[in-house]
Every structure is written in C-alpha cells, then in structure tokens.
Design a protein around this ligand. Structure first.
Ligand code: FAD
Length: 355
C-alpha cells in the first residue's frame, strides 16, 4: 500500500492550490482527481473569473488583500500572468457604492467613487445610472492556466498527481485514512477534501457539514463591440445580482443567484432558456458595448453554504476545503495556504469553522 503524509481529493482550483502549498512546505503529497485536467464537470473550468477587493464585508476585503499578494507571488513562480489587473467597477444600490468605497479605502485600497457620467466616459460599453465604485486592484484570473501552473509547480516540488483517478471511498483507520481508488488503496495521515460539489456525498457519515447546496449556473459570452477598456463589473439592483468580465474577445456574463438545484452527478448541463432570455434583456439595457445575442454559453456548478462563507476546517484526519459559494476562485492561492495551515494544526478562520 502507498503511504503518504497528506492526500488531497480533487484538483480543481482549491485542491491544486493546496497541493502546491503543502508540497512547497515539504510535505509528501498525493492528489487525486476523478477526471482529466480542465474538465467541465465541476466549478473551475474556463478562462476567466473576477478578482476584486470590492466586498461589503471587512473579512473578505482583508482576505482579498492577502490573496492578491499571493497571486503576485504565484504569477512570478509560474512565470506567466495568471491574474491580470483590469480594474473593477461595482454599481447599483445593492452594491452600496458609498459604503463600499469607504470600506475599501479603510483597507488601503485606492478606490474611487465616480458619478455615472464620469463612469460612462471611462467605460462607454456599460450603462450606469448611479454612483460607481472603481477598484483599481480588480482583475481577471485564468482558472485553467492557474490549475495547470499549480499542478506543474506542485509536481516540481515533489507532489504525486493522479488524474482520471476517482476516490471511491474514504475509510478512517487508527493512524489516518485509507483512500480507495478503482486500482489500489492509499494511506494518508491527513486528507484534504477539496471535492467541490461532491464534498457532501464523499464526507457523508465522516464529518458533519453545514448544508451545502449544489446549483447549476449558466454563463453567456457576448461579442464586445466597444473597444474598451473593459473592467470587471458587479451590478446589484433590486432584482439583479449580476457580474460580467472580459474574456478574450467576449464579455462573459452571469447571474449570481437563480441557479437550478442539482447534484454534481445528476446535473443535465442544459442552459436554462429563461436565464438566456434574462441575459439578453440585461445586455440590451445595461451593456451598450456588446452584441446582445450570446455567442456562446455554458453551465458550471456552485456549491454554496447558506451565508456564502467558505468551509475550511479540520475534523480528525479530514480537512474540509469547500471554498465556492460562487466566489472562491479569487482566493485560490490563499485557500491553498489556509488548507495547508489546517494540515499543520493551525486553527481555522472563525467564520469558516465547522460548528
Ligand atoms: C459560473 C461560475 C462563475 C464563477 N465566477 C467566479 C468569479 O468571477 N470569481 C470568483 O472568485 N469565483 C467565481 N466562481 C467560483 C469559483 O469558480 C469556485 O469557487 C471554484 O472554482 C471552486 O473550486 P473547487 O476546487 O472548490 O471545486 P471544483 O472546481 O469543482 O473541484 C473539485 C474537484 O474535485 C474532483 N472530485 C470530486 N470528487 C472526487 C473524488 N471522489 N475523487 C477524485 N476527485 C474528485 C472533481 O472532479 C473536481 O475537479 C464561479 C463559479 C461558477 C460556477
């Protein structure tokens, strides 16, 4: 039987970052991924996610600062720009622009509060009707390039990475956990479960988790007709909670709420026609700089807690690393460090603790 210090289940953004963080701390690491690199069944596929400091919650403003510094280190270690700073805008009453600008400035972010005319002059592809916060640290990260870089760095630091290798069962034993694949059994003293939408079923009966709801979300890609510049965009109106970001020649657009409840294994990958209609209507009203007929679309999974906080804590030999709730990508290198801290016996961030 293969014996290892730490095993990781799942090589999405969270598991890949954990593999690198642990292997560069000198741990012997084996990581298992059920599918191939860049597969589209989880939460981390595609080429663009928003990085932003712009949260209305001081905890996340602080954590985005830590994550941002780690992204700069990761960019340097990878030798490529995995996070590109485009700047980001937040607008609409749901984003409380005045309070957000003050909070960001309190945390050392050089945020600007703009009136709608100034904002429209800077970003003619977007329609603004009220105050706008500009977060100069906002940007776009590339998840597939990030996972590939993290896997390469982890392997260079000695990690064993096994793709197309589902863990069929986790079985605690007196000195750790047995991990059963189709072919063999591994033993690890600690297991980090970074299994996204599969976390609940995998840990059923092993670790009591908060309710984790798995939803199928959809995103749409509009051709950009305005040359830009294009920032990342988060827009909250009474009935709107949407985001958009440049990805190649497109503007990627999605609604943060309104996914379809599913499970990671039973989802149908079919885009909801009502969501497509809403996306088109949104683009017609709010995005004068795009062609409102989507050029492409795809589905993706959210695994969410009721309050959208992450779950990052340890029970016995199991470290639970569930960092999605639709906003985890921006924290990727920090998630790896926090999961590695838990493996090293450090306490969790209180809000991410298991109860
Ligand atoms: C449409 C959409 C838009 C988003 N936009 C943003 C954004 O703009 N900014 C942002 O910060 N975040 C965003 N997010 C959230 C972010 O993408 C997620 O937080 C992140 O991808 C979660 O990664 P993960 O590693 O936890 O999960 P996953 O990527 O799902 O990885 C889990 C992995 O575990 C594997 N696995 C499961 N079970 C097993 C098993 N038994 N054995 C082996 N492997 C297993 C799976 O195959 C999978 O690869 C978005 C998410 C979606 C869906």
């Amino acid at each position: 039987m293969n014996d290892i210090d730490v095993a990781i289940v799942g090589l999405g953004l969270a598991g890949s970052a954990t593999a690198w963080a642990l292997s560069r701390r000198g741990r012997s690491v084996a990581a298992f991924e059920a599918y191939g690199p860049g597969h589209r069944r989880g939460s981390s596929h595609g080429r663009a996610r928003i990085f932003r400091r712009a949260y209305l919650d001081p905890l996340y403003v602080d954590l985005t600062g830590r994550a941002g510094r780690l992204w700069e280190e990761l960019n340097a270690s990878a030798g490529e720009p995995l996070l590109t700073r485009t700047g980001g805008v937040d607008h609409g009453p749901g984003r409380e622009p005045e309070r957000m600008a003050a909070l960001l400035r309190d945390h050392g972010v050089a945020a600007e509060l703009l009136d709608p005319a100034e904002a429209a002059h800077r970003w003619p592809g977007v329609r603004f009707t009220g105050p706008v916060v500009f977060d100069p640290e906002g940007g776009v990260l590339d998840p597939e390039a990030t996972m590939a870089a993290l896997a390469r760095l982890a392997a260079e630091a000695g990690a064993h990475l096994a793709y197309d290798t589902p863990i069929r069962a986790l079985e605690p034993d007196p000195t750790g956990v047995l991990l059963h694949t189709d072919e063999e059994t591994w033993h690890a003293r600690t297991v980090v479960v970074a299994a996204g939408g599969w976390t609940g079923p995998l840990l059923d009966g092993l670790v009591p988790l908060p309710p984790l709801s798995v939803t199928q979300q959809q995103v749409f890609f509009f051709d950009r007709t305005d040359p830009g510049p294009w920032p990342t965009i988060v827009h909250g109106e009474t009935t709107l909670d949407v985001y958009a970001l440049p990805e190649g020649p497109y503007l990627k657009f999605g609604a943060h709420v309104g996914g379809t409840a599913t499970t990671a294994d039973d989802r149908d990958f079919v885009v909801d026609p009502a969501a497509r209609e809403s996306a088109i209507a949104y683009a017609r009203t709010w995005l004068p700089g795009v062609d409102p007929e989507p050029r492409a679309e795809l589905t993706c999974l959210y695994t969410s807690t009721p309050d959208e906080d992450f779950v990052l804590d340890r029970r016995g030999p199991f470290v639970v690393c569930s960092a999605c709730s639709g906003h985890g990508a921006k924290f990727t290198p920090l998630i790896g460090e926090l999961a590695a801290d838990l493996v090293d016996g450090r306490p969790p961030i209180a809000r991410f603790a298991l109860r």
